[in-house]
Structures are given as structure tokens and as C-alpha cells.
Design a protein around this ligand. Sequence first.
Ligand code: GLN
Length: 198
Amino acid sequence: MKVGVLAYQGSFEEHYLMMKRVLQERGGGEVIQVKRAKDLDVDAIIIPGGESTTIGMIASRLGLLEPLKEKITQGLPVMGTCAGAIMLSKDVVDAKVGKKNQPLIGSMNSSVVRNYYGRQRESFEATVDLSEIDGEKERFVFIRAPAITKVWGKARALATLNDVIVMAQEGGMLATTFHPELSGTTKVHSYFVEIAKK
Ligand code: GLN
């Protein structure tokens, strides 16, 4: 299995290392950094956290956004974390400024609110119940995190925190509003590999 990590900005290095570990534990595989359309020869892709407007604008400028959109629409498995979850969502608003025109993948039947938890609590740690994927609780960090406020169609919530969706899945698309790559557990990455193999 060859997994790509979109590597413009944000926590792509941490995703890269964690995915490498997970594939090694499962008997092998390759992780590559994706920057341009020619790098899209992968079996699955990760869109990391960072700043969704910036990531979208760079992807668009380098000619990656459209081919990536097409691949994901055709079934390329994708994990979007934080800014990545925003990129995947069909409906995006910012908690403060409302609707902004930003380049998105827009493949997932979900609504998100950017910067949902506000500024003063830009960053916090919380325990998330992973029973839908693993049966355990784990600590994760939320960094200027969005909220998934609605899912519909084939999309479903996999975890919530105080009734707000923090992890959702639609087929081979997995979205988290937290940063699994900055946690002590590889469970979310392992789960993604499992669904990507289906
Ligand atoms: N606040 C960022 C955005 O709206 C997301 C934060 C993150 O990815 N850690 O794009």
C-alpha cells in the first residue's frame, strides 16, 4: 500500500511518521509526500491539519486541487484531519465571518464550522471515545479546531465530544476535527488503513 500525505503546510511530517509506523507494523508499505498532480499515484491520501484556506490555495495554484478532487470523487480513500476535514466538507462556514469563498475538495456529506471553539481556547486536549472504531478512549489535541455540525446521506458520525461530531466517515473518507498524528495512539491511522483496503 502506498499512502500519500499532502505536504504543503501544517502537520504533514507527523502524519508521515505515524503512517510509516502503522504500515510497518502491518507488514510494510510506502508513504510519500504529495505536492503536485504527478505525485497522485497513491492508494490513499492524507490531508493534514494546518490552515485550510492556505492549503486549498496552494493546491489550486500548483494544479493539484482538481485532479485530487477527481480522484477522491472516484473513490481514492482520504483522511482529512482538522483543516483536512474542512477541505473535505461540502458545506463550510467560519464561526466568526460566516461563508468564505475558499478552495475545497467538497466531497463529503458534512457541514463544518471553522474555528468553532473560538480563539481563547485555540488549543485544548480532550478524551474522545473511540468505541466505534476501537472500543477505547484516547486523548487528542484540538487546535483551533472546526466542528462537524451535520452529516447526511451515507456519512455517519463515529465520535462526538459534548454532542459535537469530532470524527465522521463516509465510505473511504474519514474526517477528524482533532489531530490524531499528534497523539500517543496510532488507532485512527490504523482504522484509516483498514477502510482504505476495503
Ligand atoms: N483553524 C484552521 C482552519 O480553519 C484549522 C486548524 C487546524 O487544522 N489545526 O483552517
